[in-house]
Design a binder for this molecule. Structure first.
Ligand code: EZ4
Ligand code: CO
Length: 402
């Protein structure tokens, strides 16, 4: 099953996506997501200029060998650009092999470990009351888990709170927005948000919160402690995690469960976090952490250390990535939860898919491969538009993590 062609499809149906399409001599093709939000064309170029020429003529059945060839063969290891490119190849190969064997990818991964995949929705609000109302709407739709983010009084714009009514997309065309940050105001505000959430929603729903890398370990320890009465499902990205050892401080001080990893790109970013049992959920995604093949290795390391999966699933991860994540989630034993923000109808039209939502859970469907496609003619009508994620500054002007 020789690979005969590799197309890199860059499109912007509402927001930018990079998709790899690998075709084989049998007339089959597989898709992989290669989207790196705000730096998309770097990955497109890496694929077009450096990876696709190496794939032509290779056997599409050799998924692991191709992964190692691209990873070790580049000499320059890891990094988000390289790993997004390798992820796309790996995902496309799983897809095409599923199609060749006429079976959904989850069956190739060991079969279903559960009936469906629990997801969490995003409740955002400008006020605590709005946030509670947004969360109630998710629960009414059957969601069992909701992430809550609320504007912090006195701060112009903060991560996680979208423009009213719009699908959440924080990127800007043109120069990035600058948002404001104050650790003091944030730490004073968040416990009250979750006190109200529990009071209004009761003890049953899973409540999640994303700190988005903005605290230091000792500050995160204080936040985790102050949230203990509201028993969160997880506190996400409490600190920037380039320094894995930073999680030791947080862990020593709080029983609030910890999740991290959406920006990680390999097992080497999280091996210490997992081996020392410093976290509870690993958030690595198919697109940014080396594809289905590498994510399985991260999950396997997690399984022996009481760490469950919680794949990143914001809308900058394309429907191709979401489909791949769902096959992985359905099969992997130590699944925790899957993040889910529905894509816009515009995006869904470009990427028709077979995954389906029901009562707070997703199922990847039973089409051969990943069960997701790309309408190339429609994609061509949505040309790429440069966009940036916001940057953040403290009130005195110092650049801070967004
Ligand atoms: O800010 O995917 O948990 N989800 C997140 C996301 C990230 C975006 C960045 O591109 O943190 O909203
Ligand atoms: Co996050």
């Amino acid at each position: 099953m020789k690979i005969v062609d590799g197309q890199v499809i860059v499109c912007s149906p509402g927001r930018n996506f990079v998709t790899l399409k690998l075709s084989t001599e049998d007339g089959l093709y597989g898709l992989g997501d290669a989207t790196l939000n705000g730096r998309e064309l770097a990955v497109a170029s890496y694929l077009k200029e450096h990876v696709v020429p190496l794939l032509i003529g290779r056997d599409a059945r050799r998924i692991e060998d191709t992964w190692q060839y691209l990873y070790k063969g580049a000499y320059w290891r890891r990094g988000p650009v390289t790993m997004a490119a390798i992820s796309a190849v790996d995902t496309a190969l799983w897809d095409v092999n599923g199609k060749a064997l006429d079976t959904p990818v989850y069956q190739l991964l060991g079969g279903a470990s559960r009936e469906s995949v629990m997801v969490y929705g995003h409740a955002n609000g400008r006020t605590i009351d709005d946030t509670v109302k947004a969360a109630s709407r998710f629960l009414e739709q059957g969601y069992q888990a909701v992430r809550a983010q609320c504007a912090v009084p006195g701060l112009d714009a903060t991560y996680g709170v979208g423009h009213a009514g719009a699908h959440y997309d924080p990127t800007d065309k043109g120069r990035p927005t600058e948002s404001q940050w104050s650790t003091e105001r944030y730490l004073d505000f968040v416990p009250g948000l979750f006190e109200k959430m529990r009071a209004e929603l009761g003890p049953v729903p899973h409540l999640l919160h994303d700190v988005h890398h903005r605290l230091t370990p000792i500050e995160a320890a204080r936040l985790g402690k102050s949230l203990e009465p509201y028993h969160l499902f997880w506190m996400e990205d409490a600190v920037p995690a380039e320094l894995q050892e930073g999680f030791r401080t947080i862990r020593q001080h709080t029983t609030t469960p910890l999740a991290v990893g959406e920006v990680f790109n390999s097992i080497w970013d999280c091996h210490l976090l997992i081996e020392e049992q410093l976290i509870d959920y690993i958030r690595c995604s198919v697109v940014h952490a080396g594809g289905i093949s590498h994510l399985r290795k991260i999950a396997a390391l997690g399984e022996v250390h009481h760490v469950r999966t919680g794949c990143h699933g914001a809308t900058d991860l394309s429907p191709v990535c979401l489909a791949a994540a769902l096959h992985f989630d359905l099969a992997v034993h130590n699944f925790g939860i899957q993040e889910y923000i529905p894509h816009t109808e515009e995006t869904d039209r470009v990427f028709p898919h077979r995954y389906r939502f029901e009562a707070g859970a997703l199922h990847p469907g039973d089409a051969p491969g990943l069960g997701v496609d790309v309408d190339e003619a429609l994609a061509a009508r949505h040309p790429y538009a440069r966009a940036y994620l916001p940057v953040s500054r403290k009130l005195d002007g110092t650049v801070h993590s967004w």
